[in-house]
Design a protein around this ligand. Structure first.
Ligand code: FAD
Length: 440
């Protein structure tokens, strides 16, 4: 019986487990090595908002893993790989032989190198313990500084503002969401935030975080000091790659994988935030540290580990976030300087669309609009579908040049919707864990 060893129990690891069991109904050994009980980072903002209980953050309890016939080594950490012997070595010295090894160890938050960044009440927001620490420090009237105005910062903005936090967002670059939207979009979002009481300081570098009694005092290269009760550092993440050094795996920013999620070392796969695999639009290898990529990688890797020959077309860069009832999303190559660009703003709504074309193919898009306006939410899905499927919409191009807001007709005519179901990486929808039948 084949033994599959999976390191990391986040989205990628968990999807690999359920896919293996979907395909083999229990007819293999699965060993999960995970330093945490599997949980979803993506729902941590809802935990912070007090919308869900702690128990709902977990994706797989020990009984659920046992029901799937998984030998779960929770609390264990992988230390290194001996690829020539086909062994994983754990901290503490235990060794586990594998037929297939999946590395799904995700990424970790990185704090900006600022004096005081490791002080009291200065937190990242990436793990469950970090989310708990932030949750216990915020409430009505709390003064919070968010350092970094990227996607992760924006996923928790609603939870903070809706609890009455007085929030100041500080960004080193000249605009907010610098790796998600362009200047026009960022300007609209910044106005939206200001109107809702969120202070935003861009082009601002924090030089130190000091204690001032129980409060924190932030100093900047330029501009006035800022006194707050709590600091959140959303200043980036880095794949958890250090432990694989010496294993012979090719790495760049992450572990390089092909369209099967295979690494250069036989029988070793990588998935999720740790993996640098093909981009669906450009074909270049990239790390997309987002949930859909972790899910797809996990499923593709597992299918190949189970003996199927499944290739996938690559992952789509996509970020979608709702900020105080404004939907903000970008897809694919949204900042491609070589693309043909059609854009339009409706300042009174406010709303913005930016469409990027290469020939008849939509290769990137940015969309902003009020969440409650149906055409915003519909267009988010349709633009994603058009970019991901890459269907030819040449005959609609001139129409979209004149009317970037009228995406619906091009989407319906393109047949992209029909292309999306087969695009569910394994060609069929996944089965939820409790529906999987395990043979005894
Ligand atoms: C607050 C927040 C909000 C987010 N919101 C979104 C969103 O709206 N949309 C979106 O697409 N993405 C979102 N993300 C990103 C998304 O959660 C990640 O891309 C996803 O969790 C990646 O899954 P993964 O399985 O690759 O890694 P992870 O979920 O990080 O899981 C990896 C696991 O491996 C463990 N591990 C690491 N090293 C070892 C070792 N040596 N031995 C054993 N175990 C180890 C880790 O502790 C962890 O449990 C969000 C993330 C955060 C933090």
């Amino acid at each position: 019986m084949a033994r599959h060893v999976i390191v990391g129990g986040g989205t990628a690891g968990w999807n690999a487990i359920t896919t293996l069991r979907e395909l083999d109904q229990g007819d293999s050994e699965i060993v999960l090595v995970a330093d945490e009980t599997p949980y979803s980072r993506m729902v941590l903002p809802y935990y912070l908002a007090r919308d869900i209980a702690e128990s709902h953050v977990y994706i797989a309890s020990p009984p659920k893993l046992a029901a799937l016939n998984v030998d779960a080594r929770l609390g264990a950490r992988a230390e290194r790989i001996d690829a020539s012997a086909g062994k994983l070595i754990l901290e503490g010295g235990d060794e586990i032989e594998y037929d297939n090894l999946l590395i799904a160890t995700g990424s970790s938050a990185v704090k900006a190198p600022v004096p005081g960044a490791d002080g009291k009440n200065v937190h990242s927001f990436w793990t469950f313990p970090q989310a708990r620490a932030v949750a216990s420090g915020v409430g009505e009237g709390a003064r919070v500084a968010m350092i970094g105005a990227g996607f992760i910062a924006f996923t928790i903005l609603n939870a903070l503002v809706n609890q009455g936090v007085k929030l100041t967002v500080v960004e080193l670059e000249s605009r907010i969401l610098p790796r998600m939207i362009d200047d026009t979009g960022a300007g609209i979002v910044q106005d939206w935030l200001n109107e809702r009481g969120v202070e935003v300081r861009t082009s601002t570098q924090v030089t130190s975080i000091e204690d001032k009694g129980d409060a924190k005092l932030l100093k900047f290269k330029e501009g006035p000091d800022l006194e707050v009760d709590l600091v959140i550092m959303a200043t980036g993440i880095k794949p958890n790659i250090d432990w694989v050094a010496g294993s012979g795996l090719e790495t760049n920013q992450g572990i390089l994988v092909d369209e099967h999620c295979r690494t250069n070392v036989e029988n070793i796969y990588a998935a999720g935030d740790i993996a640098e695999g093909p981009d669906a639009v450009t074909g270049e290898k990239v790390v997309h540290a987002i949930e859909p990529t972790a899910m797809q990688h996990g499923r593709v890797a597992a299918a190949n580990m189970a003996g199927q020959e499944v290739a996938y077309k690559g992952s789509l860069l996509m970020n979608i976030v709702d900020v105080l009832d404004m939907e903000i999303a970008s897809f694919g190559a949204w900042d491609d300087a070589d693309a043909e660009v059609f854009e339009a703003v409706r300042p009174e709504r406010p709303a913005y669309r930016k469409l990027l074309f290469h020939g008849g193919r939509l290769t990137g898009a940015i969309i902003l609009g009020k969440t409650r306006e149906i055409w915003t939410t519909n267009d988010v899905g349709m633009l994603k579908g058009l970019v991901y499927t890459g269907v030819d919409i040449l005959e609609w191009k001139e129409h979209l040049r004149e009317n970037p807001f009228d995406v619906k007709r091009a989407f319906l005519a393109s047949g992209a919707a029909g292309g999306l179901l087969p695009e569910t990486v394994l060609g069929r929808p996944s089965i939820s864990a409790h529906e999987i039948a395990i043979s005894s």
